[in-house]
Design a protein around this ligand. Structure first.
Ligand code: GLN
Length: 206
């Protein structure tokens, strides 16, 4: 059987608050289902494999976030994978990177990868703390919990749907949390998100 290919993008730049746990959780749950798994960790000086099944990105500070975006743009591998229908799951900085633009270190907007119809900017206050959010009923995933720590605020365009609606915490900053379009999903939740929310891990494995 062809293994399930998990690709962890740029752990050298994007991996805060234990986001690597998302990779460990997917690997573990896939193995429990008897699926052979192949894990590839891609640092920012390496090419992104085109043939992965699930791509993961974590959070990061502002400067590494901008650097990661430039390298992913130049590489093109993530675009190619997303365009052929691979799953992409990105957290916080990774989530903003997937969008059309985000707020950079010097206040200027930085163009994102354009894989998700969201625009992020810098909010007035940093959102730090626990977050609870109810997932879009279409996804059939139980209520999410997590930890957030970000300056960014995010607005969704018409091609993206909110992943969830917050009952506690800030998320995107307008009562929604995260976004998805097809198989590309992003969230502000750390925790790690897939460890605290196994239902979300199973959604990615479907
Ligand atoms: N640098 C981004 C922000 O502050 C993302 C932070 C993070 O990934 N924790 O909004």
């Amino acid at each position: 059987m062809r293994p399930l290919r998990l690709v962890w993008i740029y752990p050298d730049l994007l991996s805060t608050y234990g986001d690597r746990g998302n990779l460990l959780m997917l690997e573990r749950r896939a193995r429990l289902r008897g699926l052979p798994v192949e894990v590839t960790e891609v640092n920012s000086d390496q090419p992104v494999p085109r043939d992965g099944d699930i791509y993961l990105m974590g959070g990061g500070e502002d400067l590494p976030q901008t650097l990661a975006t430039r390298r992913l743009q130049a590489d093109g591998g993530l675009h190619e994978a997303a365009n052929r229908g691979a799953v992409v799951f990105a957290v916080c900085a990774g989530y903003q990177v997937l969008g059309m633009e985000f707020g950079g270190t010097d206040g200027a907007q930085v163009p994102g990868l354009g894989l998700l119809d969201i625009r992020s900017g810098r909010g007035e206050r940093r959102a730090v703390g626990e977050i609870v959010a109810d997932v879009d009923p279409a996804l059939n995933v139980p209520r999410l919990t997590g930890f957030e720590n970000h300056q960014g605020v995010t607005r969704l365009g018409p091609q993206a749907r909110p992943l969830a609606r917050t009952t506690l915490g800030t998320g995107n900053g307008d009562g929604t949390e995260g976004a998805y379009a097809g198989r590309v999903l992003g969230t502000y939740l750390h925790g790690p998100a897939l460890v605290r929310n196994p239902g979300l891990a199973d959604l990615l494995l479907h």
